[in-house]
Design a protein around this ligand. Structure first.
Ligand SMILES: *[C@@H]1O[C@H](CO)[C@@H](O)[C@H](O)[C@H]1NC(C)=O
Ligand SMILES: *[C@@H]1O[C@H](CO)[C@@H](O)[C@H](O)[C@H]1NC(C)=O
Ligand SMILES: *[C@@H]1O[C@H](CO)[C@@H](O)[C@H](O)[C@H]1NC(C)=O
Ligand SMILES: *[C@@H]1O[C@H](CO)[C@@H](O)[C@H](O)[C@H]1NC(C)=O
Ligand SMILES: *[C@@H]1O[C@H](CO)[C@@H](O)[C@H](O)[C@H]1NC(C)=O
Ligand SMILES: *[C@@H]1O[C@H](CO)[C@@H](O)[C@H](O)[C@H]1NC(C)=O
Length: 219
């Protein structure tokens, strides 16, 4: 009983609030590059430059990168020579600076993120702030409600309704289960009282054991 309730509750949550990560590679048409780009991949760049990157590719640019998404979190992995300012919905999430020397010595990916946002449309903007800056975008990840990304709101509404129904059923089950539990407890209590009464009323229960078939134990 309790298990079926938990299952239902999980189902309700699966419909209501499961979040999933979606990876957007640098070559995706969903990413808008406002300036010239250079696609660095296994055919256009030496292997050392692309090995270990998401999908073995990185897009280099010297101007603004814009990404619009609907969800609750966004993660960006970039390489940088120079300085850049990164915002989500206009609020700063990073102000990065990497010198050419650092880039040659380390060349590490910079990971920036913004999470725990209200579920809805957001804009990520990666903006170079000094001339000569080169930004390499490896990939982006955004978190959104699971299921196929809804093209219309119908999916979300139906999902919400089904989730709500599952949740209501779940609550109903808890109430029923608790009531049943209470009834069983009360019956057991009654039985205990009666049994205690019977044992104390019989100074020598062993004596009649042979004929006591329990018929007089009416509850
Ligand atoms: C999404 O990916 C980020 C970074 O890789 C991770 O911290 C987060 O827990 C993931 N979220 C989900 C719902 O998988
Ligand atoms: C990786 O690149 C291939 C070929 O360009 C593309 O078909 C595929 O969708 C890419 N994978 C991701 C996760 O973007
Ligand atoms: C590398 O990028 C070029 C230019 O966009 C493209 O023509 C080529 O197919 C890409 N190679 C791979 C392996 O994705
Ligand atoms: C970013 O940081 C630099 C110092 O590293 C500072 O001079 C600059 O004003 C900052 N940019 C913004 C927009 O806060
Ligand atoms: C960013 O994440 C990648 C792996 O996803 C890791 O190799 C790299 O060291 C991280 N960069 C920083 C500055 O922590
Ligand atoms: C980016 O590069 C192009 C061509 O190389 C150049 O015309 C443009 O001024 C550069 N933009 C910035 C912001 O440096």
């Amino acid at each position: 009983m309790l298990r079926s309730f938990l299952l239902l509750l999980c189902l309700g949550f699966a419909f209501c609030s499961t979040q999933q990560n979606y990876t957007v590679d640098d070559t995706s048409p969903d990413i808008h590059y406002s300036g010239p780009t250079f696609p660095c991949n296994t055919t256009t760049c030496p292997f050392e430059a692309t090995g270990g990157l998401s999908n073995n590719s990185i897009t280099l640019t010297n101007e603004t990168i814009t990404f619009l998404f609907t969800g609750t979190a966004v993660y960006a992995s970039i390489e940088l020579i120079g300085t850049c300012f990164i915002t989500v919905d206009g609020d700063e999430i990073a102000n990065l600076s990497v010198t050419l020397a650092d880039a040659i010595n380390g060349g590490e990916l910079q990971n920036v993120s913004k999470s725990n946002m209200a579920n809805g449309p957001h804009s990520l903007i990666i903006d170079p702030t000094t001339r000569g800056t080169v930004i390499g975008l490896d990939h982006l990840i955004y978190t959104a409600a699971s299921g196929p990304p809804a093209k219309s709101h119908v999916g979300a509404i139906v999902g919400g309704v089904i989730g709500g129904v599952a949740l209501t059923i779940g609550v109903l089950f808890v109430a029923l289960w608790a009531r049943r539990h209470r009834l069983i407890m009360r019956r057991n209590q009654r039985k205990n009282v009666i049994l205690r009464g019977i044992t104390s009323a019989r100074p020598n229960p062993d004596y009649k054991a042979g004929v006591d078939d329990g018929k007089d134990l009416s509850t």
